[in-house]
Design a protein around this ligand. Structure first.
Ligand code: ZN
Length: 195
């Protein structure tokens, strides 16, 4: 299954001129949720994530799957369901990733982290550290999309789609220079087709 084509078809990969949360601009924006709107697509993407995870760690040895909310909640759950492993998620509280709702990391337990997008790897790092702080071990980290070619993580990691997207500072943006209208992701122009 070609995950890139699936994401394009569901308009999860959008082309244009986008204002990123960082304030920088990009010609591509990724919103994986548009694919996860379709449960049958989520099943296929999760199957691919599991195949990829098998290449970087021993999935039989895993105790659970962990994902950060909200972006990876749906796909993380589906990966765990297919692996028949428990699923827990971390969420942001005052800007810090944390486990709530009674979730706890077991000492020496082994985890796979699942994300929708690897950007710089810093949020994955935060998740790895959170598992470590509870005495657990992250055996592997997988993501659907990787925005940048190089990310550094202290655990084996892999993604399904490598985009290697350029990011421009507003002053040096070639799209601004060509007066391409700047879009804020989530606005009307790039909404998915109504359901
Ligand atoms: Zn621009």
């Amino acid at each position: 299954m070609n995950v890139y084509e699936l994401l394009e078809e569901r308009k999860a990969i959008m082309h244009g001129h986008f204002l990123l949360a960082s304030g920088n601009h990009s010609d591509t924006y990724v919103q994986c949720q548009k694919a996860f709107t379709y449960p049958q697509d989520t099943i296929l993407v999760a199957e691919e994530l599991i195949k990829t995870a098998k290449g970087i760690c021993d999935i039989e040895a895993l105790d659970a799957v962990v994902a950060p909310a909200l972006g990876a909640l749906v796909v993380g759950y589906e990966v765990a369901r297919q692996l028949q492993k428990p699923f827990l998620f971390a969420e942001r509280e005052n800007g810090k990733l944390t486990f709530r709702r009674g979730f706890a990391i077991g000492p020496h337990k082994r985890y796979l982290t699942v994300e929708d997008v690897f950007t710089t790897g810093s949020s994955t790092m935060e998740l790895i550290n959170l598992v470590k702080a509870g005495g657990g071990v992250v055996d592997g980290a997988v993501a659907v999309v990787q925005r940048q070619k190089e990310i550094t993580l202290p655990v084996p990691h892999a993604s399904l789609v490598l985009l290697n997207l350029p990011i421009y500072e507003p002053e040096a943006c070639p799209l601004c220079e060509r007066h391409v209208p700047l879009e804020k992701p989530g606005t009307k122009q790039n909404m998915q087709d109504p359901l």
